[in-house]
Design a binder for this molecule. Structure first.
Ligand SMILES: CC(C)(COP(=O)(O)OP(=O)(O)OC[C@H]1O[C@@H](n2cnc3c(N)ncnc32)[C@H](O)[C@@H]1OP(=O)(O)O)[C@@H](O)C(=O)NCCC(=O)NCCS
Length: 189
């Protein structure tokens, strides 16, 4: 059976309440919703890619990619991190998340980004091109991740140069680079 198609579009400044509602419903608490609000207001996160998914008129998913940097390489190359991805419970396992990831990566390519990172489910993100253990490839996360979950820190190249842009520790935008977002209990999201 083919996956249902959801409508996906970039969010606008008028969508904040909708985004926070989708994030809160998906996670079951509002921590990620508040993080998204902070990230969307963070100038160091720009250019960001923020996409909403709809089933008919109903908002059912949201994904956010924010700008990051590689330590030691000044302001270039442009790289991004995916955080968070949220799909409303009643629409999970129907392809919304995958369609949001794929659409977001197309936007990152158009922006000229080279690499995209994620800290998340190691069974899920490799289905969409992410490769486990970005740290072993020369891209340590902003804060150390325990060895037993090193696989959860993943990367995928999104330009022809990809891994050729250089290596370095990933430095996220100001709001995401705070240590509370990288503690142990964050590794399994
Ligand atoms: C994780 C999440 C984003 C996946 O989105 P989705 O639209 O449900 O996933 P898709 O339909 O694209 O893909 C489904 C496949 O992904 C895998 N998958 C989905 N959720 C998963 C999870 N929590 N852990 C591991 N694998 C998962 C499964 O293999 C599933 O295939 P199956 O139906 O054959 O079992 C969504 O479940 C969600 O929002 N969960 C709550 C919030 C969260 O954990 N967000 C991610 C942190 S950034």
């Amino acid at each position: 059976m083919t996956a249902p198609v959801f409508q996906i579009r970039e969010s606008t400044s008028g969508d904040l309440e909708t985004i926070m509602d989708v994030e809160t419903r998906s996670f079951g608490y509002d921590k990620e919703a508040r993080l998204v609000a902070d990230l969307l207001a963070d100038p160091t996160a720009s250019p960001a890619v923020s996409l909403l998914a709809f089933a008919e008129e109903e908002p059912v998913g949201h994904i956010l990619f924010t700008r990051a940097r590689l330590d030691g390489l000044n302001d270039r190359p442009m790289i991004h991190i995916l955080a968070p991805l949220a799909v409303a419970p009643e629409y999970q396992r129907q392809g919304v998340g995958g369609q949001l990831i794929d659409a977001g990566i197309r936007k990152l390519k158009a922006l000229g980004s080279h690499l995209v990172f994620v800290l998340g489910h190691k069974e899920y993100y490799p289905k969409h091109g992410f490769r486990p253990d970005a740290g072993a490839r020369g891209y340590p996360p902003p804060y150390p991740i325990p060895d037993d979950v090193a696989d959860y820190w993943m990367v995928q190249p999104v330009s022809d140069r990809g891994f050729g842009v250089g290596q370095g520790k990933v430095h996220c935008c100001d709001e995401l680079n705070k240590p509370q977002h990288w503690r142990d209990d964050e590794a399994d999201h």
